[in-house]
Design a protein around this ligand. Structure first.
Ligand code: NAD
Length: 326
């Protein structure tokens, strides 16, 4: 099989590619991977086994139609991770989010249609649903995104549906909760907190810290994406959940793992429009595709802290920006 992975130099995409090329995916021992990535501030070739004989990197933009029409022929499937992914950045300037996430996805789907690509997995997010006080969203819940990031991902998610419904393109969509693990850019909450603590600095906690998020190890998310690629139904959307924690509780666990206490927490003004709670019902992917997360949260968090402790050379050059954590 020949697989094209967009955004394969970012946090989740590179984990997916490393996993696939390591032989961890039964039936894909011979699969060739083309990573198509613009290498924005979030993309990094150091995340990839660049010398691997089954890996090719194409540096390029998902909005570049000519490049896609040249690159896609010969590929059997596409896994689409490429996106602008940081909510805070979308609050400061949403234009690149609309361009990459909405227009880029439409361009990719259209190019797949024109080059005969058999299957597309579009990696969406739980944030497309908005915020929920109680209970959990099933895949049939209306999309009510709140941040410009979530709105752009909802646009992409609906575009995927439209290309399936209108053109019969075989597209499946995943909507996963928050990921954590190695190689995540230190602008995001967990690596931001851990690298600050490792550097002896305070951690910025938004508002009252009672925002609820589900956390899933990136390896579990990538395993779920693989299941959807191999067995997912055309047109289906699959929620992928994690373990629910308040930001305050997550902060306590990270402090403990880094040997620090609450005196290192600096409360900061809440993010504009900050969603209170996300919660997905992921019965469908469990029942239909047999998905079960494998990494217990405490084990996964401890492993992530160890990774950031041991890989300072990877993250130190990336920590010179001064936004809040998201
Ligand atoms: P990331 O920001 O770490 O990586 C994004 C990658 O896309 C980078 O390598 C970047 O260079 C590339 N990219 C950006 N714009 C591009 C363009 N125009 N053309 C080609 N490549 C481009 O993001 P991530 O955290 O790895 O997220 C990957 C995907 O998973 C995104 O679609 C995101 O919405 C989704 N997702 C993320 C999470 C999470 O917790 N991080 C949860 C659910 C879903």
């Amino acid at each position: 099989m020949r697989l094209l992975v967009t955004g394969g130099a970012g946090f989740i995409g590179s984990h997916y590619v490393r996993r696939l090329l390591s032989g961890a995916c039964p039936g894909h021992e011979e699969t060739y991977v083309t990573v198509l990535d613009k290498l924005t501030y979030a993309g990094n070739t150091a995340n990839l086994p660049m010398d691997h004989p089954r890996l090719t990197l194409v540096r390029g933009d998902v909005c570049d139609r000519r490049l896609l029409l040249d690159t896609l022929p010969g590929h059997d499937a596409v896994v689409h991770f490429a996106a602008e992914s940081h909510v805070d950045r979308s609050i400061h300037d949403a234009s690149v989010f609309a361009r990459t996430n909405v227009v880029g996805t439409q361009n990719l789907l259209d190019s797949c249609l024109h080059t005969g690509v058999r299957k597309v997995v579009h990696v969406s997010t739980d944030e497309v649903y908005g915020s929920i006080g109680e209970g959990s969203w099933t895949e049939d819940h209306p999309l009510l995104p709140n941040s410009p990031y979530a709105a752009s991902k909802a646009g992409a998610d609906l575009m995927a549906r439209a290309y399936w419904r209108t053109h019969g393109l075989d597209v499946s969509v995943t909507r996963c909760s928050n990921n954590y693990g190695p190689y995540q850019h230190p602008e995001k909450m967990i690596p931001r907190f851990v690298t600050n603590l490792l550097d002896g600095r305070d951690v910025p906690l938004y508002g009252d810290g009672r925002h609820m998020r589900e956390w899933l190890h990136v390896d579990d998310h990538c395993r779920a994406v693989q299941l959807v690629l191999d067995k997912g139904e055309p047109g289906a959307r699959y929620n992928i959940g994690g373990l629910e924690l308040s930001n305050e509780e997550l902060t306590r666990r990270l402090l403990r793992l880094c040997g620090a206490d609450w005196s290192r927490v600096r409360p900061v003004a809440d993010r504009k429009g900050h969603d209170r709670r996300y919660s997905v019902d992921d019965t469908r992917i469990r029942d239909e595709l047999g998905f079960e997360p494998r990494v217990p949260l405490d084990e996964g968090l401890a492993g992530a802290v160890r990774w950031y402790r041991d890989n300072r050379a990877w993250w130190e050059p990336l920590t010179h920006t001064d936004g809040e954590a998201g």
